[in-house]
Write a protein that binds this ligand. Structure first.
Ligand code: GLA
Length: 397
């Protein structure tokens, strides 16, 4: 079992706190985004992977409608009634409001399931995981998907991956205030050991792809604040939607999303859009083309080519989309000069968090050390460099 010590700790804490063992436990991992940035809500393509860090959610029925929910790391408990689960009352963005904001991910997921089948009883639940918080590795999706799988089992609600992912996404939209796409949830559910997940977010269908034994990922966590929920992410999404509406007016073929616009069409028809909106739109358009190019390169075994496309992706984030930052740029710039590094880019929403670095497996140690020291030379503090292992997706324990 992945992360067995955390599972054991959770069992012990659950027993000590609630005086019994859980009836159901589910596990869901975090994710890295490898190629395709802000393309998911534009109905485009992404390469991602589930990672070796994740969250366990343990739960047992209660005899009343009362719910007790405990964050197992803090051992803090919140209580609520199963027939009265509402989003927090403080409007968008919610991330800075209220206390114990972790409860919103669980409540939002529970509310989504309760819409499918009204609950007949409450629950005692506790979660514990090791996905670093605020590092852009989707600890939130790991919590939503472990919650979703465990509660669907406890309440005997039939689900499938896409339904669960949408329930998690809706929890983010309505209980957290981040208008995210489906990438984090799908990656957490669909991951496979040593493989990438390639998703088409128009049909929400995915396949897994082998990168070969020579490919290895390093994660450089800049430990800078990543501010997805405080408005920047949502504003970029609005820009993309504004651009899609413009292209729908000026192009002859149907445009339902940025996915339907090519780079050539963008260059010809962007006139009429504010410059920043046009630039924002160019990013997911270019990213979609890069994911398709990356897929072809991988199928030809061309890892170096795939890495070069990752570098292009970061440049597009930096110059066009504006979702990079000095710390992430420093990692990527340093990576370009380190032997064995094939590619690097920011991973996830942006504005801080982590960069993902593709490195030849024989150079992992030297590249890790070189990245840490190059970062320290610029910022007087090292960034955390760790090896990421594409891992299996969520499951019922
Ligand atoms: C965050 C969101 C995802 C996706 C990425 C950027 O992780 O939650 O839906 O949009 O950013 O690609």
């Amino acid at each position: 079992m992945t992360n067995k010590p955390i599972y054991d700790e959770l069992q012990g804490k659950f027993r000590a706190h609630f005086g019994r063992y859980p009836e159901v436990v589910a596990y869901a991992p975090g994710r890295i985004e490898v190629l395709g940035n802000h393309t998911d809500y534009n109905e485009g393509f992404v390469f991602s992977a589930a990672i070796q860090f994740g969250t366990f959610f343990a739960v047992a029925k209660s005899v009343s409608m009362g719910c007790r929910l405990v964050a197992g790391d803090l051992m803090r408990e919140v209580t609520f009634s199963a027939d009265d689960v509402k989003p927090p009352p403080f409007g968008y963005p919610l991330s800075k409001g209220g206390s114990d904001t972790w409860q919103n991910y669980v409540k939002g997921t529970f509310a989504g399931l309760a819409e499918r089948k009204p609950p007949a009883h409450g629950f005692d639940g506790m979660f514990l995981g090791n996905v670093p918080l605020g590092s852009g590795l989707s600890s939130s999706a790991a919590l939503e998907m472990s919650t979703g799988i465990a509660l669907a089992k406890l309440y005997n609600i039939a689900t499938d991956a896409v339904m669960l992912a949408k329930i998690g996404q809706n929890a983010e939209h309505t209980f957290v205030g981040c208008k995210c796409g489906l990438l984090d949830q799908i990656s957490s559910l669909a991951g496979q050991e040593n493989r990438l997940v390639k998703t088409d977010f128009r049909s929400v269908s995915y396949e897994t792809v082998n990168m070969g034994a020579e490919a290895c990922f390093l994660l450089c966590d800049t430990r800078t604040k990543h501010a997805l929920a405080d408005g920047a992410y949502n504003r970029l999404r609005e820009s993309c939607e504004q651009a899609a509406a413009h292209f729908a007016r000026v192009l002859r073929h149907p445009v339902n999303a940025i996915r339907d616009v090519s780079m050539t069409e963008w260059a010809i028809y962007k006139r009429g859009l504010p410059e920043d909106v046009a630039n924002h739109a160019a990013h997911p358009i270019g990213e979609n083309e890069r994911v398709l190019k990356g897929a072809k390169l991988l199928s030809e075994g061309n890892l170096a080519g795939f890495g070069a496309v990752m570098f292009d992706s970061h440049e597009s984030s930096r110059v066009l989309f504006g979702n990079s930052c000095a710390e992430l740029d420093a990692v990527v710039d340093a990576a370009k000069k380190i032997p064995g590094v094939l590619g690097a880019r920011l991973s996830g929403g942006g504005f801080g968090g982590s960069a993902v670095v593709l490195v030849h497996s024989r150079d992992v140690e030297t590249a890790s050390a070189a990245l840490a020291s190059a970062y320290a030379a610029t910022f007087n503090t090292p960034c955390d460099v760790s090896v990421i292992k594409p891992a299996a997706g969520a499951y019922l324990v």
